[in-house]
Design a protein around this ligand. Structure first.
Ligand code: DGY
Length: 417
């Protein structure tokens, strides 16, 4: 008899384990990535709560003195990845990248705790001050415009989505010098960002490196600064979860409540009235991206979504067969298999579903779960999928796809809380 999907998913987590931290997938991503790791922890919590907490602890071992949790931790050298530590040159131990990634750790830590409170009591008490410092870093260094901003498309986790096109258009990638990409040696180039994207990604890294990763200077004068609805929704939800954890631990959480209020007000800055949803906005020029992809769907994480916004979002979802697309299939720049320019990402669906369930939209949450499960069952535990025909894309045996299978997609309606 073949192995069950759950067994395969657990094996993927185990085989991507590098001793206390989990890589997203062998070859393509050989280090510890920030939000991937938090999802890995959630996956581990279904069969090994101790290992789940270790995953988060390892991630926070790489936290900077400033509170920033970097987006990549380069625990061991690996020539299979570019750009590695010799490009970022952060002067930290362990070496890391110089930007962050969506702060989902508090959201997932709270779920892990709920699943086994006894196993997590001491671990969360030790982690809480570190989570608090990282949220304070987000407030101080990324939220001064009102909504949450990103200083590099990689910081959003949704690297090449059309949301960043206006900001990227103003980045000069012509002087980055020669380099060799490694990602296209692991995955079909047509599923990855273009060379023009990579030139600009590197130009932004070179600016950060040039100022010694001074985050004030990067925000003030860096080549790229865009407000991100997805990051804002995630951060509001993460602050709420952190405040709930803090209250349980008997802490004063008024500082966190203040951040929630400020971010919620900041949403007005990224309301695109023409589009009828919150939209990415270039903070250098004020231009909206005018795109409607999965970032806008994360609105449910921050609370209820008005019926007219829901109708706008669901109309985009209705254009696909398999889950929520990273970009609108009705737009002329839609590319169903190119990374974040159209594909459906199971992990983003899982996050959106958390919001839907809390907002009482269990009907939509179940539709999303079923469509996600169907694509994974038919295609495997891939990084992302073509949302129109379900073709599995990107890296295979992917940690976060396995993790969200175990916690959400693979649980049928009766089992989903
Ligand atoms: C990559 O290398 O593609 C990563 O997404 C950067 O974080």
């Amino acid at each position: 008899m073949g192995r069950s999907m759950d067994e395969i998913a657990r094996d993927i987590l185990r085989s991507n384990d590098r001793g206390g931290y989990t890589i997203p997938t062998a070859g393509l991503y050989p280090y510890q990535w920030n939000w991937d790791s938090a999802f890995a922890a959630w996956g581990f919590s279904t069969f090994n709560p101790d290992r789940a907490w270790t995953e988060l602890e390892r991630l926070f071992e790489a936290q900077w003195d400033t509170g920033m949790v970097p987006h990549i931790v380069f625990w061991k050298p690996d020539p299979g990845y570019f750009p590695g530590p010799e490009v970022w040159r952060t002067a930290t131990h362990p070496p890391t990248s110089g930007i962050s990634q969506p702060p989902v750790a508090a959201i997932l830590a709270r779920l892990i705790l709920r699943a086994d409170d006894a196993a997590g009591r001491e671990r969360i008490a030790a982690l809480y001050p570190k989570l608090l410092a990282s949220h304070r870093w987000w407030h101080r260094h990324r939220c001064s415009a009102g909504p949450a901003a990103i200083t590099h498309p990689w910081e959003s986790g949704r690297d090449n989505c059309p949301d960043w096109d206006p900001g990227m258009a103003n980045v000069d990638g012509s002087r980055v010098g020669p380099y060799t990409r490694r990602d296209t040696g692991h995955v079909d180039a047509s599923m990855r960002p273009t060379k023009a994207d990579y030139d600009r990604y590197l130009a932004i890294v070179q600016f950060g490196r040039g100022c010694g990763w001074d985050q004030d200077e990067i925000v003030r004068n860096g080549p790229f600064l865009m407000a991100d609805p997805a990051m804002t929704f995630i951060l509001i939800r993460a602050h709420r979860d952190l405040a709930a954890i803090g209250r349980d631990l008997g802490q004063d959480v008024s500082e966190i409540d203040g951040w929630i209020g400020a971010l919620t007000e900041g949403l007005a800055e990224i309301w695109n009235a023409d589009l009828g949803v919150h939209d990415a906005r270039d903070l250098r020029t004020g231009a909206f991206a005018n795109t409607l992809g999965s970032g806008a769907f994360l609105a449910w994480l921050s609370g209820d979504v008005p019926p007219e916004v829901e109708a706008r979002l669901v109309a985009v979802w209705d254009r696909t067969r398999y889950g929520i697309p990273s970009a609108d299939p009705g737009a002329s720049n839609f590319e169903p298999r190119r990374y974040w320019r159209g594909p459906m990402w199971p992990v983003v669906n899982a996050l959106i579903a958390l919001g839907l369930a809390d907002a009482g939209r269990s009907d939509l949450a179940e539709r999303l779960r079923a469509e996600t499960a169907e694509s994974i069952r038919a295609g495997g535990f891939n990084e992302y999928f073509d949302p129109m025909d379900g073709t599995p894309c990107g890296g295979a045996n992917f940690t976060w796809t396995a993790a969200i299978w175990l916690t959400w997609a693979g649980r049928d309606a009766a089992e989903v809380a």
